[in-house]
Design a protein around this ligand. Structure first.
Ligand code: NAI
Ligand code: MG
Length: 467
């Protein structure tokens, strides 16, 4: 007999209390050795305690290391920030893990999908580093880091090994985003070397989407940067039946929070008809995470038997209530004698990310991209051709070269990137002088990116058409 593992339980809003109750009852019936520690979060919590995420709730997860969370309502517009996003950032839950597995009795176009999407969960465009540079031009910075990439890749391989998976595929767009996705892919290849037992390959994201809807059964574990992962994981949820059956987990080095992909479903809350499957599958994923996977397999058998017996909730075309569906699962739990070995709880050992790689000794400053607003679109901005050691080598509009001439017949907007390069390494004073000259000419600049080289290799990409 192993001593029970404490787990934080957040019931949440809307259908949250109904579906968490179902999971708690099934765990009780299956004698899963977990001890729930109840904590509050969400809209009801906000109305009662004045905060959607009390410190005690975070403290509970910090203490237990793992939480099962029902959906929480985020008010649109006024109110508070999404509890999920706050938890994710507060606990540094760097990986979002979403299994997509075909279920018996759930009718979809495919019968044999069994894959896991591992999505980087913190960076990419989700840092919300956004600026409006002119009234017509907005930007979102897409930040990919070595540390964040190494962590998520390491987790993907560790998970694959633990679950007996054979292949991990890195999904990216490194053919276009040579630096950001290029770094993500470089880190993937580095980590893959430590896992010779697992096939490591990579695939461009658009091709991945096509392959997923043609032959999803060929995929095993996928690892993606945040935005691609967001989109592809919903696609994968659709492959196996959608929201009612889509589980997920947010994983950090020391903490993890498991929850269904769906929300609080206010339209059916309190009616007793919600489908608890997605949360139950999230809870089984949690059992794998804390080393109690054999209990999960037993519950999984009962869930499959229930679905095969055509006992389904309304969203899956049946007429069972949440309670009837839950009772049917409990009634089908296999005898304990049929249960295999009880796993010994282990934790995935994700090493801390490496220390920063300083740029100072290795990189030299050779120029700057100056971003300027210029509204007279019939002519190019009158940028100074040379300021000190810096020479104007290129201007682009929406990434396409417009200087040196010819100007291609493209739609021009009031936002130019003006590239200044020096023949020799320079100091930042040359760039201050350049900006002063641009201002003296009455040209508004909004942003400057320094251009550096490591040896002969530029640490920036070329514009479309740039020599
Ligand atoms: P939703 O996922 O709650 O509902 C979309 C549709 O799916 C509804 O028709 C709903 O009845 C149905 N549905 C969802 N889960 C179901 C289940 N288990 N059984 C049967 N039917 C189910 O998405 P919606 O309406 O956009 O969001 C409602 C609230 O949930 C919002 O406040 C949103 O911010 C929040 N939300 C919370 C999430 C979380 O806590 N992880 C995730 C997504 C949304
Ligand atoms: Mg999403």
């Amino acid at each position: 007999m192993i001593s029970p593992r404490r787990v934080t339980l957040i019931r949440g809003d809307g259908i949250g209390p109904e579906i968490t109750d179902a999971v708690v009852r099934i765990f009780d019936a299956a004698s899963v050795p977990v001890e729930w520690e109840e904590a509050h979060a969400g809209l009801a919590c906000f109305e009662r305690h004045g905060t959607p995420l009390p410190q005690e709730t975070l403290d509970s997860i910090l203490r237990t290391g793992v939480a099962l969370k029902g959906p929480t309502t985020t008010p649109i517009g006024e109110g508070f920030k999404s509890v999920n996003v706050t938890i994710r950032k507060a606990l540094d839950l760097f990986a979002n893990v979403r299994p997509a597995k075909s279920l018996p009795g759930v009718v979809t176009r495919f019968g044999n999908v069994d894959l896991i999407v591992v999505r980087e969960n913190i960076e990419d465009t989700y840092g919300s580093i956004e600026h409006r540079q002119t009234p017509d031009v907005a930007q979102t910075l897409r930040i990919i880091t070595r540390q964040g990439s190494l962590l998520v890749h390491r987790y993907a391989f560790e998970l694959a090994r633990r679950l007996g998976r054979r292949r991990v595929t890195c999904v990216h767009k490194a053919n276009i985003h040579k630096h950001s996705d290029g770094l993500f892919l470089e880190c993937f290849r580095q980590v893959a070397k430590d896992y010779p037992d697992i096939v490591a390959d990579d695939l461009i994201v658009d091709n991945t989407c096509m392959q997923l809807v043609i032959r999803p059964e060929t995929f095993d574990v996928l690892v993606l940067p945040n935005l691609f992962g967001d989109i592809v994981s919903d696609l994968c949820a659709g492959l196996v039946g959608g929201l009612g059956v889509a589980p997920g987990g947010n994983i950090g080095r020391h903490h993890a929070v498991f929850e269904a992909v769906h929300g609080s479903a206010p339209d059916i809350a309190g009616k007793g008809i919600a489908n608890p499957t997605a949360l139950l599958l999230s809870a089984l994923q949690m059992l794998d995470h804390i080393g109690l996977g054999s209990y999960g397999r037993r519950i999984e058998q009962a869930l499959y038997a229930t679905l095969k017996a055509n006992i389904r909730t309304r969203d899956l075309g049946g007429d069972a209530t949440t309670r009837q569906f839950t009772d049917a699962i409990i009634a089908r739990l296999p005898d304990v004698s049929e249960q295999g070995e009880v796993a010994i709880p282990t934790t995935l050992d994700i090493p801390p990310p490496p220390p920063p790689t300083p740029s100072a000794e290795r990189w030299t400053l050779v120029g700057a991209d100056v971003f300027v607003e210029w509204n007279a679109i019939e002519q190019l901005p009158p940028m100074p051709p040379r300021v000190g050691p810096l020479e104007l080598t290129m201007m682009s509009n929406r990434g396409t070269k417009v200087y040196p001439p010819p100007v291609p017949p493209i739609t021009m907007v009031n936002w130019y990137r003006c590239r200044y390069i020096a023949q020799q390494p320079i100091s930042s004073e040359a760039i201050h002088a350049l900006l002063a000259e641009v201002e003296r000419l009455g040209i508004r600049w909004m942003q400057v990116e320094l251009l550096t080289r490591e040896g002969d290799i530029p640490m920036y990409s070329k514009a479309q058409g740039e020599a």
